[in-house]
Write a protein that binds this ligand. Structure first.
Ligand SMILES: [Zn+2]
Length: 555
């Protein structure tokens, strides 16, 4: 009888616990429930107001946003986790704009007429060395995909000496459906142009010319032209080698160039898909003068923390990130020229601020410390988060997880969550459990070949080994079919994404933003309580970075 009572009692307690806390203690549950969609609305409304001028990096509006976010952190009771016991981490940049009039770029074949290129129309180039003028007079070497990936037994370079030379290469990676070879259809980091510039610079090359082919790049020439036509930003303190000319050429120009070299571009492209490919020096020299306008400026990451309750584990952390910068104001453009960035990414800031308020307000804190960062210069190439990854307030090896929020559409109550990349980490079983607790299904990445994983701030943290991914809504919303959500997404991409029309509207519904915030709260809280730090699945491309950072700690 006694036994039976005990069993009954345990069962009842067990049920109560299971129903109420989703694995969270009551105080955490209470804190999580305090996350308020209307507070997210207030943040979005404020940060995307015209008075903040589109929060451009290095512009007044960006600085106003950083100041305001720090004030919010402070008012919630967060502790500062930036430089010198402040909420700010100062980041110095070079802004580099190629002078399109003074810059010259010519292909000089051994025989035949030189090919003079027109900036923007035929090619684009940025001098990454931040020198006002660079000269190139160098041989041109075709290096296929320009990839060295030992884990896939792929090396386009074959030990060739490329010092001081200009490398002609393809974007993307060797095509494959085999998940064990460059992850099949999915794009790995090796396929991104950033990797290709970095790898070539490490090999001492003077420049890189990427051949633009729309299907291979997954975006058109106008995207390349617009991105390289304006100012590009670089972190000042980067010590990695840089290229005098990091650029692209149009497909048709590449055809002409191949012809002038007595070769055929289609054959060259086909040759590159073989493991036996070797670099080919073309009978062509590149003669270029790159003239740049270089300016120096700074911007700030805003970082706060909620210190963990466990005296040992509080030296470790769970991190939340969202970029606060957007594209700023473009004074030369007629009409509305303020890029307000309401969805991108005032929404993510609203979510991180609510997470900050909830964690700071929790009666009991999780064992590990919670770091919250609103980062700058995402739109400049994930630079604020890159700096944060290289200067984390708690060593990267001791950060269990980064959950990033970027562009969370205010469309109502989601039934799916997107956590692409989570499956690559050891946190995935927990992610699935939390999704189940929230009655959210996990929506798979519908375009892995576009390489979205490498295009938001979590990637900067992954590069230093921290298991990281973005949390977002899927396309299925309560009260609607899938097509409705997909159409909303298409409409956004076509009519508002990276345009001045990404503005606050009163009919926006922030219910779903609050849902993914609570989801991230529950996930982060439990990750902060787990006995082990999270890691990457064996063989993942970021596993090495994690191991290296852990090795330094003596763990
Ligand atoms: Zn964004």
């Amino acid at each position: 009888m006694k036994k039976l009572t005990a069993i009954l009692f345990l069962t009842v307690v067990g049920l109560v616990v299971a129903q109420n806390n989703n694995g969270l203690p009551a105080s955490a549950q209470q804190a999580m429930n305090s996350i308020d969609p209307e507070k997210i609305r207030a943040t979005v409304k404020y940060l995307s107001d015209d008075s903040l001028q589109g929060r451009g990096t290095g512009q007044k509006g960006g600085d106003m946003a950083a100041d305001w976010i720090a004030q919010q952190f402070k008012s919630y009771g967060l502790q500062p986790a930036g430089d010198n016991n402040s909420f700010f981490q100062n980041v110095k940049f070079y802004g580099i704009r190629t002078d399109q009039q003074k810059t010259q770029f010519v292909f000089v074949p051994k025989s035949g007429a030189p090919i003079n290129l027109k900036f923007a129309q035929d090619y684009v180039a940025t001098d990454e060395t931040h020198s006002p003028q660079s000269q190139i007079d160098a041989p041109l070497v075709y290096v296929g995909y320009g990839i060295n990936a030992p884990e896939y037994k792929w090396d386009d370079y074959k030990g060739a000496d490329l010092k001081g030379k200009v490398l002609l290469m393809l974007v993307n990676e060797p095509p494959s459906d085999d998940p064990n070879f460059f992850k099949g259809k999915a794009l790995t980091y090796y396929g991104r142009w950033t990797y290709k510039y970095e790898e070539a610079a490490r090999r001492g090359a003077a420049g890189v010319i990427l051949i633009h082919k729309t299907e291979m790049a997954s975006y058109g020439w106008e995207v390349v032209r617009n991105s390289w036509g304006g100012e590009s930003s670089f972190l000042q303190e980067e010590k990695e080698p840089k290229l005098k000319s990091a650029g692209w050429i149009q497909l048709e120009v590449a055809r002409k160039l191949a012809q002038a070299a007595g070769m055929d571009l289609d054959t060259m492209m086909k040759d590159a898909t073989s493991r036996n490919f070797k670099p080919v020096e073309l009978p062509v020299r590149v003669k270029a003068t790159i003239v740049s306008n270089v300016r120096s400026f700074s911007s700030r990451n805003v970082i706060g923390k909620v210190v963990g309750s466990d005296p040992k584990l509080r030296d470790q952390a769970v991190l939340y990130t969202a970029h606060y910068d957007h594209l700023g104001i473009h004074p030369d453009e007629p009409g509305d020229n303020i890029y307000n960035g309401a969805a991108d990414n005032a929404t993510g800031c609203g979510i991180v601020l609510e997470l900050a308020r909830a964690f700071a307000g929790a009666a009991q804190k999780p064992k590990r410390t919670v770091l919250l960062a609103a980062v700058t210069a995402e739109e400049q190439g994930l630079l604020g988060s890159k700096y944060l990854g290289q200067h984390p307030p708690i060593p990267a090896r001791n950060i269990s997880l980064d959950l990033n929020y970027d562009d969370v559409q205010p469309l109502g109550e989601p039934q799916q969550v997107v956590v692409s990349g989570a499956e690559r980490t050891t946190t995935y079983p927990l992610v699935r459990k939390v999704a189940k607790d929230f009655e959210l299904s996990i929506q798979p990445d519908d375009r892995p070949e576009a390489g979205h994983y490498y295009r938001s701030d979590h990637f900067s943290l992954a590069r230093v080994g921290i298991p990281s991914f973005s949390v977002n809504e899927g396309a299925l919303f309560k009260g609607h079919d899938l097509a409705w959500g997909e159409n909303k997404e298409k409409d956004y991409v076509a009519n508002r994404y990276h345009q001045p029309s990404d503005e606050y509207r009163p009919e926006m519904d922030f219910t779903g933003d609050a849902t993914v915030a609570r989801f991230g709260f529950a996930l982060g809280w439990q990750a902060a309580e787990q006995p082990q730090l999270a890691g990457w699945q064996p063989g993942d491309e970021f596993e090495k970075a994690r191991k290296n950072s852990r090795a330094k700690s003596g763990f």
